[in-house]
Ligand binder design. Structure first.
Ligand code: FAD
Length: 505
């Protein structure tokens, strides 16, 4: 039990064959893979958060495209499934890779044979010390956001990735000023055409959600007096990242009536965050001379945001959704990890870092292998699951001295999600990433219904964006994977009168 571990922790070191760090999707999947393959060896999952994430309702949509839900569960559920798997809630403080030992915040030490680091990432915050700036990463930060939103009249959202997109759409009863650095919304996921297709949804009322909350939420285990404990302050520092449908089941409503009220400020970022005092004291030419004076003088606000386009907005708080930084910090000191350009632990095609016997998977790692022409790393759920699972198999292969090839799932980028209440499927080089001028686009769009974009290069399909119920994902995944020459079909490929499925089956 945990208390036994504590009792002998100070100078004794627990020896385990496999240690996995991180109770997010990558870590849990990796630990499960190892525990099921090596039933007579022990696996320890070390995690800073009180709950672990598990994949549920897994569905294979096509050969590679997959969809699933995620549940937060108490670690006992996982331990019940795998008798040789032990989950220990304790944050890792340092790694001595040469000695193969990990030390935790609560002074325990673990000696491993093979280690897999799956510590995820944390939001890049505009300003870490400003109480008016929030990031959203885990259940607790989402709850904090919800709490503050409930009394808010205006918020500023900065960022143009998936989280910003979801947030802006989900928030109701509160004015949202959305600052995006690009010319269009959702630039990380699609092009200006798709953005144009989605934008009208922001002017409509949000449909009532018919579905009940999919995500089960558990409180942590009962405290000593037997009462069910919520998350205590001491345990919340680093939860796992939320994933699809994180906002389901929590109401994202501000202090006002009404549905969406979004103003998009394009091609700008935040120049400065200031208090009312600072605004009043700023010299001529400062924020007061902004061309959004009406906004500025419209009452007093807890905080003011100066955008790089010259406008100033007062607001209740700011949400910073400008991407993530891999959580590598505890592991770097004294070890020779090579990092990727995005700051993740660089891994080779066997998910091996540059340090002996240390693997990494999920948001914390940077894929360092020569990628397939149709795949790119993006810090998403699916890739966390795929990498965690594959890392487990790679660790096993190394232990058993067996060869292993890069898994088929890394042949093609696939992602399925929902934006603005539309189903969104992204395949391959969906934004013609890395193709330069050497590509053409085919489009089909029915306002309010569907948006289909196909990226072709030398007559072969390299990627696609499918928004709405297009039912084309399986056929297109096939066409991308088999790289068939489609030149002969030309624009008929997207002719709505041709049943393309029959064509290619
Ligand atoms: P995480 O889930 O972050 O897990 C990291 C784990 O490591 C945690 O359990 C943490 O407690 C633990 N840990 C950290 N440091 C330590 C330490 N020092 N010692 C011990 N344990 C430690 N992706 C999608 O595909 N679709 C979406 O719709 C989507 N929406 C998102 C919405 C939000 C608000 C956020 C924040 C992310 C979203 N993502 C989405 C991204 C997705 O959640 C992540 O890519 C994915 O969860 C990464 O999984 P992971 O296991 O690598 O890391």
């Amino acid at each position: 039990s945990e208390s036994e571990g504590m009792a002998c922790s100070t100078n004794s070191e627990k020896r385990v064959k496999f240690v996995v760090v991180g109770g997010g999707i990558a870590g849990v999947t990796c630990a499960e893979q190892l525990a099921s393959q090596f039933t007579s060896d022990s696996v320890v999952l070390l995690t800073a958060a009180p709950l672990v994430k598990t994949v549920t309702n897994y569905k294979r949509v096509a050969k590679i495209l997959e969809d699933f839900d995620v549940e937060e569960q108490p670690s006992t559920v996982l331990e019940g499934k795998y008798p040789n798997l032990k989950v220990i809630q304790s944050a890792v403080k340092t790694l001595q890779a040469e000695e193969h030992t990990l030390h935790t915040e609560d002074e325990r030490s673990f000696h491993y044979e093979k280690l897999c680091l799956c510590s995820g990432a944390k939001p890049k915050l505009l300003n870490r010390n400003n109480p008016h700036v929030l990031g959203i990463r885990d259940t607790d930060s989402a709850q904090e956001f919800q709490k503050r939103l409930s009394t808010a009249r205006r918020i500023v959202v900065v960022g143009n990735g998936g989280i910003a997109l979801e947030l802006v759409y989900e928030v109701e009863g509160c004015e949202v000023i959305w600052a995006v650095k690009d010319e269009a919304i959702g630039n990380t996921f699609f092009d200006a055409g798709a953005a144009q297709f989605l934008i009208p949804s922001l002017a409509l009322d949000k449909p009532e959600r018919a579905m009940p909350c999919k995500r089960a939420r558990y409180t942590t285990e009962p405290v000593a007096d037997g009462a069910a404990a919520g998350m205590s302050e001491a345990t919340v520092e680093t939860g796992s990242a939320l994933g699809p449908d994180w906002h389901e089941g929590i109401s994202l409503r501000g202090a006002e009536k009404g549905s969406h009220n979004v103003t998009v400020e394009y091609q700008c970022g935040i120049k400065q965050i200031c208090t009312q005092q600072e605004i009043l004291q700023s010299p001529p030419g400062g924020p007061q001379s902004s061309d959004a004076g009406d906004v500025f003088f419209g009452g007093t606000w807890p905080v003011y945001v100066q955008l790089t386009n010259g406008k100033t907005y007062g607001c209740d708080f700011i949400v910073s959704a400008t991407g993530v930084v891999p959580n590598t910090e505890p592991f770097l000191h004294g070890n020779n990890f090579e990092l990727g350009a995005d700051g993740g632990l660089l891994v080779d095609e066997h998910m091996h870092t540059t340090v002996l016997d240390v693997f990494a998977a999920g948001d914390v790692c940077s894929a360092g292998w020569e990628p397939s022409p149709l795949w790119q790393q993006m810090r998403l759920w699916t890739q966390a699951r795929q990498m965690g699972w594959y890392a487990g198999r790679c660790i096993a292969a190394e232990v058993l001295e067996e060869p292993i090839e890069l898994d088929f799932c890394f042949e093609l980028f696939t992602h399925i999600t929902k934006f603005f209440n539309y189903k969104v499927v992204l395949l391959g080089k969906f934004n013609a990433q890395g193709l330069g001028q050497d590509h053409e686009l085919l489009l089909r769009c029915t306002k309010g219904h569907e948006y289909i974009k196909v990226v072709l290069s030398n007559g072969r399909m390299m990627g696609a964006v499918l928004i709405g119920q297009t039912e084309l994902e399986e056929t297109f995944e096939n066409l991308i994977l088999n790289q068939m020459d489609l030149s002969a079909y030309g624009e008929h490929l997207l002719d709505p009168n041709i049943d393309i499925e029959d064509y290619f089956d």
